[in-house]
Design a protein around this ligand. Structure first.
Ligand code: VAH
Length: 312
């Protein structure tokens, strides 16, 4: 088979996606790439996605037929360096789309709930709505969605995308984002029995456990092309909760856990995002359905992060 290339393979989503793709297609068929060297993978290649020639070289050398393009800056990281966020997130995506066009490659690219802004409805956001993102990250995602649709419509590139909510996992490291408090809280609880949250207690955000996100991603990539009616990015949703609700759930497993709140710039970012998403088109087109609710996700994260800390 033509090989699968993952960009940004060392990130939170890439770590789990790499394992899932190896299980499904065999590790000889999966090539991992990142700007940080990864050691526990069978095939690793250094790749800065701003280097298009390097991408083309890898695609040719490995006969790549599918790219999961995950490399990118997140919301908080993007605000620290907007020019870098633009360069990596948008020029990087253009490089992937151009290469996909040239070599007939299927592409997955994650968009985000960061495409929404203050003019977007907060509750049950529909698929087609107002997009006025407030962060440079959101701007790159919103623009990137249009680029995906453009390459699909004009050049027939088979690019598929999901608007990820906050994705929570434990195999990889949380990145420099806003929803990431929902993983840091477990490290705080398990290491120090306390956590100072950078969001306010009642900040409700759409979230998802990583196993659901990975399964949904692979299901979308394996869906028959003719079933897909969205070529920007699908609304994609599972659960919504606040820091206070997550802390209460965590306290059931760790009764002496204490949380305090000190909102910072990430609170301002979160306040521009939606609280819940209507993803009925994904459910209709390719059968999306989540398996993890808040309670099940909390147990999985608690046990996973506990194991990680134990092995440190
Ligand atoms: C962030 N976790 O907070 C990311 C994500 C849905 C938000 O894109 O930046």
């Amino acid at each position: 088979m033509r090989k699968i290339l993952i960009t940004g393979s060392g990130g939170l989503i890439g770590s789990d996606l790499y394992a899932a793709l190896c299980d499904r297609y065999g590790d000889a068929n999966v090539v991992s790439s990142d700007v940080r060297h990864l050691h526990d993978v069978r095939q690793f290649e250094f790749l800065d996605i701003r280097d298009k020639e390097r991408l083309r070289t890898l695609v040719e050398a490995y006969n790549v037929g599918t790219i999961y393009h995950l490399a990118g800056l997140l919301s908080a990281g993007g605000e620290k360096n907007p020019a870098l966020a633009w360069d990596v997130n948008l020029n990087g995506l253009m490089h992937v789309l151009d290469t996909a066009r040239e070599f007939n490659i299927r592409v997955f690219w994650p968009s985000s709930i960061a495409v929404y802004g203050l003019t977007t409805p907060k509750i049950n956001v529909p698929q087609h709505t107002s997009f006025e993102p407030h962060t440079v990250y959101g701007i790159t995602k919103s623009t990137g969605e249009l680029l995906c649709q453009y390459y699909s419509h004009n050049y027939g590139v088979d690019v598929r995308s999901l608007r990820f909510p906050g994705i929570n996992g434990w195999k990889g490291e949380p990145g420099d984002g806003t929803t990431e408090y929902a993983m840091h809280i477990f490290y705080g609880a398990l290491r120090e029995r306390r956590y100072e949250c950078f969001l306010a207690p009642d900040t409700r955000l759409p979230m998802m456990y990583i196993d659901d996100a990975i399964r949904g991603t692979i299901e979308l990539m394996e869906a028959p092309s003719e079933k897909l009616t969205v070529r920007t990015s699908y609304n994609f949703s599972a659960i919504s909760f606040t820091p206070a609700e997550l802390a209460a759930e965590l306290r059931k497993l760790h009764p002496d856990f204490e949380i305090t709140y000190k909102p910072d710039i990430r609170q301002e970012i979160a306040a521009t995002w939606a609280q819940s998403i209507d993803d009925s088109i994904a459910r209709r087109d390719w059968g999306w359905k989540e398996e993890y609710d808040l309670e099940k996700m909390t147990v999985a994260l608690y046990n996973g992060i506990k194991g990680r800390i134990y092995h440190e």
